[in-house]
Write a protein that binds this ligand. Sequence first.
Ligand code: AMP
Length: 478
Amino acid sequence: MVEIKTPKPKKSIQLLRGMKDILPEEERYWSFINEKVRSVAETYGYGRIDTPYLENTSLFVRSIGKETDVVEKEMYTFEDRGGESISLRPEGTAGVVRAYIEHGMLNRPQPVKMYYIGPFFRYDRPQAGRYRQFNQFGFEVIGEDHPVIDAQLMMIAYNFYNEIGMPVSLQVNSIGSTETREEYHKALIDYYKSRKNSLCENCKKRMTKNPMRLLDCKEEDCQLLAQDAPQIIDFLDEDSNLHFVQVLEHLDSLEIPYTLNSRLVRGLDYYSGTVFEIWPEPMEIHEEDVNIEEEKKNNEGKKEIKEEKTEKEEVIKPGSQSALGGGGRYNYLVEMIGGQDTPAIGFACGIERLIIEIKNRDLKVTQKNNPDIFVAQLGDLARKKSLKLFEDLKHEGLKVAESFSKDGLKNQMEMANSKNVKFTIIIGQKEIMDDTILIRDMENGIQETIDFKKIIPELKKRIERYGVKEMNGNNHNI
Ligand code: AMP
């Protein structure tokens, strides 16, 4: 007897851990942010730069620093087929600076202002708001040391969030020059020496290699110790101190509120002088958030399960201070990579984290290319007529959406709602007979019957009126 083997069903291939698909329904957040970044860049005269995702590993080792978490543990590094060690970019500044040197941008009028937006890669422990491939936008100013540049850049970052309606705080510090940091390292090591036993394992290792990182460790005991640690501000050399005071004066005159945060040190070696971060203001903690927290506590020990869960729910710990973005001066970096001594400053912001916050806070996301009008139809004749009307509306420059394959009005209205249109126009049997069309204002639900021939001028008139209303009433739009 012939044995018939039933083929084993193949296990479906799944997304890599820490990666994220961006589905069509998310697109509006991404284009909103892209558009906003582009418009801010244009206003302040930043040119777009796109550097490759892959770079020579030594670029990152030299700039970010050998002893940093990013380089030690998080880079995707491998040998290419030619035996060269290359890495997926874990951040944007090193590539931009390499390009600045390589394309002789020193010979252009200084400072050179550039911005970027795109994916970065870190083999980090995935959790809510933390991925292995994530997107950042960043702004860099290379070739100028004036404190006004620091203040203006912080203002750009702060206002970016303000304008989309996101309450944030600007955390500011200065980490001074190399000499400042040498002195400060000694003081920190002195302070922590007698307290070593209370530190977490990671910090014990960091203590001699990179003691400033002890200050921003998230472990409770380490945070307690950090509170009484010496503050770098007391170690600033005269120039760094003067620069920092002037930066703060400029911030004051720009009326940008900020918090002086002596524990803010940033993780990468290339920073010097001014450093800053943008933190989301804590959200009001609702009962259900507390329950999530409780549940997380109960799951203590089941780390993996807990992480998967938070990842799916996209909940960042309520009230937590995970930065949305950050940056600072990197006056030594151009030289470290092989260029001439050139001052510079920049910042980078995470897009996934921003989208989570936008969703959690229900912020309004508008888009330039959002359709204004939805065309709905009932019955075959109406479908034919609206198919042609749709093309005519488009031809007239109106922004329209449709769902011709759907029949029921309920379905189509749901679609119109999800697209956030201002008006839905409806053709049914009666309208076909009367050569009319229904126009529904989606804001107040009022419907009117209109002569079919007048629909284009009528829509144009109403949309124009709408535009004026929005300009007067909502300053969160872009
Ligand atoms: P950094 O380059 O580490 O200063 O990060 C700047 C911003 O990028 C952070 O404040 C986050 O918003 C975002 N970011 C950094 N690492 C990740 C990650 N692994 N996943 C998602 N966002 C990240």
